[in-house]
Every structure is written in C-alpha cells, then in structure tokens.
Design a protein around this ligand. Sequence first.
Ligand SMILES: Nc1ncnc2c1ncn2[C@@H]1O[C@H](COP(=O)(O)OP(=O)(O)OP(=O)(O)O)[C@@H](O)[C@H]1O
Ligand SMILES: O=C(O)C1=C[C@@H](O)[C@@H](O)[C@H](O)C1
Ligand SMILES: [Mg+2]
Length: 164
Amino acid sequence: MKALYLVGFMGAGKTTISEELSAILEIPVIDTDQYIEQKTGRSIPQIFEESGEQAFRKLEKEILKELPTNDVIISTGGGVFVQEENRLWINKKGISFYLNCDWEELERRLIGDTSRPLVQKSNLDQLQALFEQRRPSYEQATYTIDTANKTIHEICIEMKELIK
Ligand SMILES: Nc1ncnc2c1ncn2[C@@H]1O[C@H](COP(=O)(O)OP(=O)(O)OP(=O)(O)O)[C@@H](O)[C@H]1O
Ligand SMILES: O=C(O)C1=C[C@@H](O)[C@@H](O)[C@H](O)C1
Ligand SMILES: [Mg+2]
C-alpha cells in the first residue's frame, strides 16, 4: 500500500491520530517532527532558535524524500504540506489526508502550548491568519477528513474505510 500522509495545521491531531491508525492498520508510523529531532539530535524549538525557520523547512524537505513511501503512515509537521515541492511529492508517492479542524478548536488546543515555536512567537490573530493562508494548500490533499466532534477512533475508522 502507498504511504498514508497526514497533513493539517498545528494541533489538528496528526500525531495523535497517526498513532492510533498505526495500531488499527498494523503498519508503522513516522512523525516528521520526531524524525528530524532524532536525526539532528536537536529539539524543534532549538533548531528554530539556533538555525532559523528556513533551515528547518530545508530539513523537512530533505527528510521527506528519505522516508519510505510504502506500507507506512507519515504524520507530517504542520508546515510540510504547505511547500509546493513537498505537496507534489506526497501526492505522487502516497495518499494524503487533510485533518480539517475548525479554528475555535485549534485555538483551544494551542493556547498555552510551549512546544511549537510558531505558537510561541505569534499571537492568536497571527496564528489564525497563518491557518487561513495555509488552508488552500491543505485542501489539495487527496482526502479531507472533518474531525469536528469525532473521537480519534472514529476518525481512524473513517480513514480506513476510504482506503479499503
Ligand atoms: N479528535 C480529537 N478529539 C480530541 N482531542 C484531540 C483530537 N485530535 C487531537 N486531539 C488533541 O489535540 C492535541 C494536538 O494534537 P496533535 O499533537 O496530534 O496535533 P498535530 O496535528 O500533530 O500538531 P503539530 O502539527 O504541531 O505536530 C493533542 O492533545 C490531542 O490529544
Ligand atoms: O505548522 C508548522 O509550521 C509547524 C508545526 C509543527 O508540527 C512543527 O513542524 C513546527 O513547530 C512547525
Ligand atoms: Mg504532530
């Protein structure tokens, strides 16, 4: 089976859902953020701080092409699918799922977060503007999954039905 890529904004549930989907489908999962941290030995906030966002975007682009493209679930960082080159790669090599979540819910999940550099440096209006700016990119995924009022398990079953 082609790789399944989960895409969407910070807090949409990519990491959480990919872990449950991995257990249901019995295929491994790779989280691009965790992969970059392991590969570089640095945390994402550290990479942003020491090398800047552009260096992080370059790393994302590089590692995407190192990852397997069969029998795997890839949970992408929130900015991966925004870069056109990455989008083209993902949609050519695999099946992408946009986890669509309304802004009010994302805001609730992101308030107080200390692990995401873009949340640290932006106020809520700026984050919402970034979300709106990125939305047309996310909408180019193979499938859009509306996650509102659904449990993680329900979302995974919906995804499973789409690929069977
Ligand atoms: N369907 C859901 N119902 C309830 N809580 C959820 C749901 N999906 C995600 N969450 C919660 O939202 C939070 C953010 O989820 P997660 O870290 O998986 O987002 P992400 O999309 O991987 O973000 P990032 O792009 O920053 O890596 C977690 O606390 C998770 O438990
Ligand atoms: O949406 C983004 O640009 C990001 C999302 C996270 O997954 C991390 O990749 C990082 O914090 C940047
Ligand atoms: Mg994540």
